[in-house]
Write a protein of this length. Structure first.
Lengths: 261, 109
């Protein structure tokens, strides 16, 4: 019954009136109101991804600007990124394979999230390892692509033998930043998957719900928020998945606008 | 869309087949956009199809894989509306790039 009353009456007046210092600042600004009815970690990841959208959006816009304004012909990406297989040049082969690898990793990540919803801890972690392996494969292929471009084709950020100098700077900046995102995503995936297997996201439900404290509503709401974050839903897997899908999403735009255009 | 049930706010259960279908669809769309390059389509067809496949793929990833289709409208608007500002930036920079291109043609050739 006590847990019911704390749930029904949010401790709005108590916290904002009594809390001081940093905690008071947070309480006043939030006023214990919630716009987005999702776990805060998920909302924050969405907002991070939104900001990242603007980073990549600005990069791609900058690329468009230099490509439109140069008077020197732009190197044909279809030929630059061709792969010599079996005596014939196949255009964009490596990039196409990289695209399929990343899409596959996105698919396995979606299934990991699905497993996490069903509280299938082991399979979720297993699929996250598969996803991370595809991510490593992608970064490895990108390293191969960069090596080929720098060593064989002589592309530099300030110039290249094929045409407009801006080709190199746009390419290294955009794909480099994306590659960093993939690398960071692999580390993120591995950390979360290992923690998942170790049961780090399991217990708080039992511990937090057994702590009914009508007086200290602040503590109780804190405990409840924590439980909402981590209780057997494995929300963290979904949040990690959002990041990973975003990396795939950015690649969709890079593939279309840089490689195919 | 497909049979779904919301067990908790923001927590959904979807059949695994949904993900497999979207995955297959993304493969098909990627192959088609690759085919645009492979068969050397040019002009309006080229960039029209590239943009179409790009937007379809992006939509599928955001809607299904990132579950945005099942979120509340408040979150959907908060995520999808701000990036529209980028269209304004693209428009501004496109006109600027055209101007720079013309001045370069006039003075640097």
């Amino acid at each position: 019954m006590s847990s019911m009353t704390t749930r029904a009456a949010p401790p709005s007046t108590q916290t904002s009136a009594s809390a001081t210092g940093l905690r008071g600042l947070v309480a006043d600004w939030s006023s214990d109101r919630q716009t987005f009815h999702v776990a805060w970690g998920k909302a924050m990841m969405w907002f991070f991804l939104l900001s990242d959208t603007f980073v990549f959006g600005s990069f791609l816009t900058g690329y468009m600007t230099v490509r439109m304004s140069t008077t020197v012909p732009w190197p044909n990406p279809s030929e630059v990124f061709a792969l010599h297989v079996g005596g014939a040049d196949i255009p964009l082969l490596l990039i196409a394979i990289m695209t399929f690898v990343l899409i596959t990793s996105s698919g396995s990540m979606a299934m990991a999230v699905n497993c996490a919803y069903r509280r299938d801890r082991v399979n979720a972690a297993r699929l996250m390892f598969v996803t991370a392996a595809f991510g490593v494969l992608f970064v490895g292929m990108q390293a191969f692509e960069w090596t080929k471009l720098i060593m064989d084709e002589g592309v530099r950020p300030w110039g290249n033998p094929m045409g407009a100098a801006q080709f190199g700077s746009s390419f290294f900046m955009i794909t480099g930043f994306h590659g960093l995102h993939v690398s960071a995503g692999v580390i993120y995936l591995l950390v979360v998957a290992v923690r998942l297997l170790r049961g780090k996201y399991d217990d708080p439900l039992a511990a937090a719900s057994q702590r009914p404290s009508p007086g200290g509503s602040e503590q109780a709401s804190g405990g409840r928020a924590l439980a909402h974050e981590s209780k057997g839903h494995y929300q963290i897997v979904e949040i990690t998945g959002l990041y990973w899908h975003f990396v795939d999403l950015v690649w969709v735009f890079i593939f279309a606008l840089f490689y195919l255009w | 869309m497909h049979p779904t049930s919301d067990t908790h706010a923001g927590q959904q259960q979807h059949p695994i087949g949904l993900y497999l279908k979207v995955w297959a669809l993304l493969f098909v769309l990627s192959t088609m956009s690759y085919a645009v390059d492979y068969y050397h389509l040019q002009g309006l067809w080229r960039w029209g199809l590239i943009l179409l496949f790009m937007l379809l793929k992006a939509g599928l990833i955001v809607a299904v894989f990132m579950h945005l289709a099942w979120e509340r409208l408040a979150l959907i608007c908060a995520i999808l509306l701000p990036p529209l500002a980028l269209i304004v930036l693209v428009g501004l920079m496109a006109s600027e790039a055209g101007y720079v291109h013309l001045t370069r043609l006039l003075f640097f050739r």
